[in-house]
Design a protein around this ligand. Structure first.
Ligand code: ADP
Length: 391
């Protein structure tokens, strides 16, 4: 098991002239984890997150990074803020400079990097968030989703190990929210530990590896999401509602259906449970193939040729650069979120699909499909498209 990167030990905090916002909270986060702090407005999520990089100092208790208590002198806090990046809920409060470049450059410049290093860091972070070419744009002219990406790039430019997001999708439309959640996955795939706060339980449920349910400055429950959100009374007490798929599963169980397998976190999980319960196998036909085009080594694949010989085959985009690649070539994407599951669902119906993918996500597709195939004794082929467009 990977080591504990961040820990809160029995912390308490009262705002000056305000309420006691945190009442004795302890938990830890391991390197590479995806953790969601979930609770209603006023639960204490933002207050807790602000403690992780020293912006708020607990009255009692300790925050530890790599088992070392945070120290609050200026120099130590600089080091803490380089390791733990905090992305605020409202990008307008985080973005301060008149151009995207200057804004993203602010952090690495403050860390004392040379002009050349700052340039490299800005370019790399803008590429990661899909905003290459936006350097000279004034941030206030950007859309909500783009501003959010600028704020994220500004934090990425300092290359932190842990990224903390306060309500990462607030104010974004559903498609913008999905893009941001996928970006978080992509960053996690590249090794970053990700902590988010949200009151959107539907969003946290399929995304998080671990969920912490927070109410009135206390932890109500902390576990894998299907357990953390699986207690109707507790979820209601936290003024939230249970994720729909979990509620459906539990209702079916209560009615005496014997449902095989793990509790569903995605539509694919639910369909798979139903197929196994009522049809006794996940797939009745020869499964379709999932093809991949890695945009970081496209191997000369000409997608317009591929599309004309494979009309109607749905195309998914995974990863920021992949989506940009598709947009640049005017390739409409059928799936932009939950792409692997949607392609597995197609494959189970005997249909092929294609994923245009950022290199760092390729392994994830193989892992998810292999895991599904192993658990369900089906064989879904995942293949890289070769130069001549054949598999
Ligand atoms: P959440 O992020 O879960 O909505 P917060 O951490 O913002 O919750 O708030 C926790 C509690 O602390 C609430 O009761 C809120 O009113 C209070 N609080 C938050 N910020 C301040 C502040 N700057 N001054 C005084 N009280 C505050």
């Amino acid at each position: 098991m990977s080591h504990i990167i961040l820990e809160a030990r029995d912390i308490r905090y009262r705002y000056p002239r305000g309420p006691e916002a945190i009442h004795g909270i302890s938990f830890h986060v391991r390197r590479g984890e995806k953790v969601a702090l979930v609770g209603p407005n006023g639960a204490g999520k933002s207050t807790l997150l602000l403690m992780f990089n020293g912006m708020i100092r607990p009255d009692l208790g300790t925050i530890l990074i790599d088992n070392e208590p945070i120290r609050y002198d200026r120099e130590s806090l600089r080091t803490v803020r380089k390791r733990i990046g905090f992305v605020m809920q409202n990008p307008d409060r985080q973005i301060i400079a008149p151009t995207v470049y200057q804004d993203v450059a602010f952090g690495p410049t403050n860390l004392g990097l040379s002009e050349q290093e700052v340039k490299g860091a800005v370019e790399k972070s803008l590429r990661l968030v899909g905003l290459s070419g936006f350097e000279r744009r004034p941030p206030h002219q950007l859309s909500g989703g783009e501003k959010k990406r600028v704020a994220i790039a500004g934090i990425l430019a300092m290359d932190p190990d842990v990224l903390v997001f306060d309500e990462p999708t607030s104010g974004l439309d559903p498609s913008g929210s999905e893009d941001i959640m996928e970006l978080l996955d992509e960053l996690n795939q590249q090794g970053k530990t990700i902590i988010i706060s949200t009151h959107d339980i539907e969003l946290a449920y399929p995304w998080a590896e671990r969920a912490i349910l927070l109410l009135n400055g206390k932890i109500l429950q902390e576990d894998v999401p299907d357990i953390a959100f699986g207690d109707q009374d507790l979820v209601r007490k936290a003024r939230l509602s249970m994720p729909t798929l979990l509620e459906l599963y539990l209702e079916l169980e209560r009615r005496g259906f014997h449902l095989p397998g793990r509790k569903p976190r995605t539509v694919l999980d639910m369909i798979n449970i139903m197929d196994r319960a009522f049809r006794n196998k996940p797939c009745y036909t020869e499964p379709g193939t999932i093809s991949l085009v890695d945009v970081d080594s496209p191997n000369g694949v000409d997608l317009s040729v591929w599309r004309s010989s494979n009309p109607g085959v749905p195309i998914g985009g995974m990863g920021t650069r992949a989506k940009q690649y598709a947009a640049d070539r005017m390739i409409p994407l059928d799936f932009t979120y939950g792409v692997i599951d949607k392609c597995i669902l197609k494959a189970l119906l005997g249909e092929d699909s294609l994923i245009i993918i950022t290199g760092s996500m390729v392994q994830r597709v193989h892992e998810r499909v292999d895991e599904f195939c192993r658990e369900n004794q089906v064989c879904i082929r995942v293949s890289n498209l070769s130069k001549d467009g054949n598999r």
